[in-house]
Ligand binder design. Structure first.
Ligand SMILES: CC(=O)SCCNC(=O)CCNC(=O)[C@H](O)C(C)(C)COP(=O)(O)OP(=O)(O)OC[C@H]1O[C@@H](n2cnc3c(N)ncnc32)[C@H](O)[C@@H]1OP(=O)(O)O
Ligand SMILES: CC(C)C(=O)C(=O)O
Ligand SMILES: [Mg+2]
Length: 607
């Protein structure tokens, strides 16, 4: 039977017609998708068409709370010990995080001990608040409060799952019974905190699996806690609304958050927090839309560690803001150090394609991207010069690079890398930035073909050093190692505009003396070659000092650039009917020029 690839008929709005079969009889699926329900049928959300988040913009960073030491840690095969936790904690305070969830002290001796370590080691800066996490059970709350003895500023974060499936399957309680359990635990916590009058202990509540909980139940529970804990604008309660398991498109979460933002009681006394996970791969989008929808605080992990597919990635979120010109309030100026510490503590690698930090994310291999980036970097350098500001302060508008890699401590060396997908723009950029060569436009496609032959044959990447070596062996070496070499030579300007070129030419094993005349040294050279039966027309010629071929960004690490650097000459010559490029490199411009012509002569001879 014939099957069609896209058989389902949809209405103009994109919806399935009411009578559409739940599977296509012509193309039955091997996978039983009908077992799953869309999220919006599971959570009836009153907010419908007057939502405001879609037209809002992100103007400032939310409060960030890294939960790596608790949520991230509980997802590790080898949870962190005190040494690793401390390293990550110090990293976070250095980066500028002001509230850090440090553990689940009642979960394990290790977690408890780390909180004790923070309490007596003086590791918590004066402007940093630690948060500790506990389930809504009296025994666990007691142990949690015991752990924070000696800490002056603490958030105790209480959680209980509230979604129907969890109520039924895990907790075995009705809505009313669960509400009572939460209020009992919250009261117990409050009493315990009251026993420590000198300490600033605040409260956070998470209705775990908020995103699958009936909104009216969340409101009922959260509002009762706001009242119980007597929240006020100067002592706000944190209501943290997790997408514990991400199950819907980000707009659904945004609607849920906007609904809570509008309906939570004593709103000015509540910090509305979100805690997205990344099961559908849209944790970052959920967090961003949630902030548009009214969230003031975001919990997540560095580089997205965490249960299953991870917590939302706080680094991506912050740098997404940065790329929009918003101060993320966190320091990522040396992102590789951040990654090293996080990889060490988690014992998990960060993917090479991970946003902003991955090894490959500031790199272009492909030709047209390289061409655009090289042009963009050159334009950027000119703009900075025109504005009279350092390149690192000039406005950024380089194609394919959302942010300047240098801002986060990455180098330009990694931006353009050469393989068989690369083109002339990329290799010209590398030769310029690393070796001070400004290849003439006409020569670039010629060298690009040579590069392509090598990369196609090997399937490998070429480093900038290998690129230079290929350039050298292709264009400059033939002047010395070809069949026609100048054993000695001299030029003289006999009268203004009249030059003589005298040389000993070794051609095909025989040495002979030649003399030529012309209006410049090179025309005299070609005349001398003519006397030896070699016809040479110079079609294109240019030269420059490697000091003047400055790097596009002003940050190049090229060898041979700077005062006293060699000159490079490029000559395209028609030699006995065959056209070839040659190049020469020498501290003398004249010598470089003569070598460029002789290299072209020999390359044509080989052809
Ligand atoms: C989404 C999240 O990230 S939630 C945080 C999850 N993190 C962790 O679980 C890591 C640390 N946890 C632990 O080390 C352990 O679970 C402990 C020490 C906290 C508790 O261990 P145990 O006492 O052995 O119990 P266990 O973990 O099996 O907990 C299940 C019991 O707690 C109840 N429970 C689970 N969550 C909660 C909660 N938030 N509030 C109240 N009770 C809860 C369950 O209903 C179950 O009760 P039951 O025994 O009456 O059926
Ligand atoms: C905030 C807590 C309960 C959590 O980690 C989650 O729901 O994912
Ligand atoms: Mg979580």
């Amino acid at each position: 039977m014939e099957t069609t690839a896209f058989p389902t008929v949809r209405t103009p709005s994109g919806d399935l017609p009411a009578d559409a079969p739940d599977w296509n009889p012509q193309r039955p699926s091997a996978m039983p998708h009908h077992r799953y329900q869309p999220a919006h049928t599971r959570v009836a959300l009153p907010l419908t068409d007057d939502r405001t988040w879609p037209s809002r913009r992100l103007h400032q960073a939310p409060l960030w709370v890294p939960v790596d030491l608790r949520d991230g840690n509980q997802a590790l095969a080898e949870p962190m010990d005190t040494e690793r936790k401390r390293r990550m904690f110090d990293l976070m305070t250095t980066m500028g995080y002001k509230e850090i969830e440090v553990g689940y002290p009642s979960a394990s001796r290790t977690d408890f001990d780390f909180v004790r370590h923070l309490a007596y080691s003086g590791a918590v800066p004066d402007d940093v608040t630690v948060s500790v996490f506990t389930a809504a059970r009296r025994d666990l709350i007691d142990r949690t409060v015991a752990s924070v003895e000696g800490l002056d500023r603490v958030v105790v974060h209480l959680y209980t799952a509230t979604a129907p499936t969890w109520r039924d399957v895990v907790l075995g309680r009705s809505r009313t019974e669960l509400h009572t359990l939460i209020l009992d635990a919250a009261t117990h916590l409050m009493r315990r905190a009251e026993e420590r009058p000198g300490a600033d202990i605040r409260f956070e509540f998470s209705p775990e699996v908020f995103n699958l909980t009936e909104p009216d139940f969340v409101l009922e529970v959260c509002d009762s806690l706001t009242e119980l804990w007597d929240a006020s604008p100067d002592r706000p309660v944190i209501h943290n609304l997790p997408a514990t398991v991400e199950i819907a498109t980000p707009n659904v979460y945004a609607d849920q958050i906007e609904y809570m933002d509008r309906h939570l009681a004593r709103r000015e006394s509540v910090i509305l927090s979100v805690h997205p996970h990344n099961d559908r791969g849209t944790g970052v989008a959920c967090a961003e839309l949630a902030v548009l929808a009214g969230a003031q605080r975001v919990e997540g992990c560095l580089f997205g560690n965490g249960e299953r597919t991870g917590n939302v990635d706080l680094v991506t979120l912050a740098l997404n803001l940065y790329a929009q010109g918003v101060n993320p309030m966190i320091d990522f100026s040396d992102i590789d150090v951040v990654r090293e510490v996080v990889e060490y503590c988690n014992r998990l690698p960060v993917h090479p394609r991970h946003p902003y930090v991955g090894d490959l994310v500031h790199t272009a291999f492909s030709g047209t991207h390289q061409d655009a980036i090289a042009k963009g970097l050159a334009r950027h350098a000119r703009t900075a010069a025109e504005l009279g500001v350092p390149a690192g302060r000039a406005p950024w508008a380089v194609p394919y690079l959302p942010i300047d890699p240098a801002d986060i401590g990455r180098t330009y060396e990694e931006v353009i890398r050469i393989n068989s997908q690369s083109g002339k723009g990329g290799m010209a950029h590398l030769l310029r930035t690393h070796h001070g060569l400004d290849l003439p436009q006409g020569m670039r496609p010629d060298f690009s073909r040579t590069v392509q032959q090598v990369t196609d044959a090997t399937g490998q990447e070429l480093t900038h050093k290998e690129l230079w070596e290929l350039f050298r062996s292709t264009y400059t070496a033939p002047a010395q190692d070809g069949p026609r070499t100048l054993e000695s030579w001299a030029t003289e300007e006999t009268d203004p505009g009249e030059h003589t070129f005298t040389c000993t030419l070794r051609a095909d094993g025989e040495a002979r003396s030649c003399v030529g005349y012309g209006n410049g040294p090179l025309s005299a050279l070609t005349d001398a070659l003519r006397t030896a039966g070699i016809s040479v027309d110079i079609l294109d010629f240019s030269e420059h000092s490697t000091a003047t071929a400055t790097t596009a960004t002003g940050t190049g690490t090229g060898t041979g650039t700077g005062p006293g650097s060699p000159a490079v000459a490029y000559a395209e010559c028609r030699v006995d009917g065959t056209t070839r490029w040659g190049a020469g490199r020498d501290t003398s411009v004249l010598t470089a020029s003569v070598h460029a012509v002789m290299a072209a002569v020999n390359r044509a001879g080989r052809a």
